[in-house]
Design a protein around this ligand. Structure first.
Ligand code: MG
Ligand code: MG
Length: 326
């Protein structure tokens, strides 16, 4: 996995680090940027979801504009389930004051009743089961290793910022197991939550890769990634994470990261959303290209900004030990 750092050293332009407005804690700026990054990556990637890299090249050259379209025929700036499920979960966390399984399941069920533009098969199946049984925990299944729980972890990462790792893990499983009760999904979710929290705290990305991505691969070798570029990532959480981690650690700006990951095609709205979340947490609001922020639907942008701030406020805005920024 060390190759990514060599690439960064050789190819990366030096970019200015995002500076938060005076008086605002840096992690608040990065938390808002993480939420906007999630939505921007979703809106950008949705245009090329399920296309191959070759098909994307033929139709768009390099896909780097939020134009809508795609198989969902979206209006430019609209987001999909990745963002709307996250917002539904975040609202439930704010309403109950914590991450609670039944509240999360009800929020997801209400979200499904509102006929979202897209919905994963595992999500649908296990929400239908919740309606029938009232049990918010799906049965453990080795087949439910899709990326549907990993794509919506951001509100958990924000609500649990500053909490012990065990608390974050417990909170995540409450929401994740509503639809995805699976060991690989859990490992991916928890890695993403800790990465977001590390980046909000200003931890060096090289350190984050070692502490989190390499640990994930050592505990579950199926997640190991090397020089071979992961293209056309499927909705299998392992494929999704490998593509996202490659892009995230091999690039040095928000824009480069998102352009790299969505042009790999496959489940591009979800790789875009997860990569956007990480890149937002890393580069802050100043790192987000204005054209993408302007293209995002107003109601979505406002909901992301509001929810990120409120979740971090709920987390207590505890003073963090702040490692030296990269
Ligand atoms: Mg989606
Ligand atoms: Mg998707």
């Amino acid at each position: 996995m060390f190759w990514t750092r060599e690439l960064i050293a050789r190819n990366a332009p030096v970019r200015r680090r995002a500076a938060p407005p005076p008086g605002e804690p840096p992690h608040l700026d990065r938390g808002v940027a993480a939420y906007l990054g999630l939505a921007i990556g979703d809106a950008l990637g949705a245009t090329v979801e399920f296309m191959t890299p070759n098909e994307i090249r033929q139709r768009h050259g390099v896909h780097d504009q939020i134009t809508g379209g795609g198989w969902l025929r979206l209006k430019a700036g609209r987001v999909t389930d990745d963002t709307t499920m996250s917002l539904a979960l975040g609202d439930a966390i704010l309403a109950t004051g914590g991450v609670e399984a039944t509240a999360a399941a009800r929020a997801f069920d209400d979200w499904m009743r509102a006929k979202p533009v897209d919905i994963g098969n595992t999500v649908r199946r296990n929400l239908v089961a919740f309606r029938q049984t009232g049990n918010p925990q799906a049965p453990a299944s080795e087949h439910d290793a899709g990326n549907g729980a990993a794509m919506r972890v951001l509100p958990v990462a924000l609500a649990c910022y500053g909490q012990p790792e065990k608390t974050c893990i417990f909170a995540n499983r409450a929401q994740a197991h509503v639809t995805h009760h699976n060991v690989l999904s859990d490992a991916a979710c928890e890695t993403l939550i800790f990465m977001v929290q590390d980046l909000l705290a200003g931890r060096d990305p090289i350190d984050v890769e070692r502490r989190r991505a390499e640990k994930l691969a050592s505990q579950h070798p199926v997640f190991a990634y090397d020089k071979k570029r992961c293209e056309n990532p499927s909705g299998y959480v392992v494929d999704t994470l490998k593509a996202v981690l490659q892009s995230f650690f091999a690039t040095e700006s928000f824009e480069d990261c998102l352009v790299d990951v969505v042009n790999r095609g496959g489940d591009a709205d979800t790789t875009g959303a997860i990569a956007g979340m990480l890149a937002g947490a890393r580069y802050g609001l100043e790192g987000i290209p204005r054209r993408w922020l302007a293209a995002l639907e107003d109601t979505t942008r406002q909901a992301c900004e509001r929810q990120a701030k409120n979740l971090l406020l709920q987390a207590g805005m505890q003073p963090q030990a702040s490692p030296t920024p990269a």
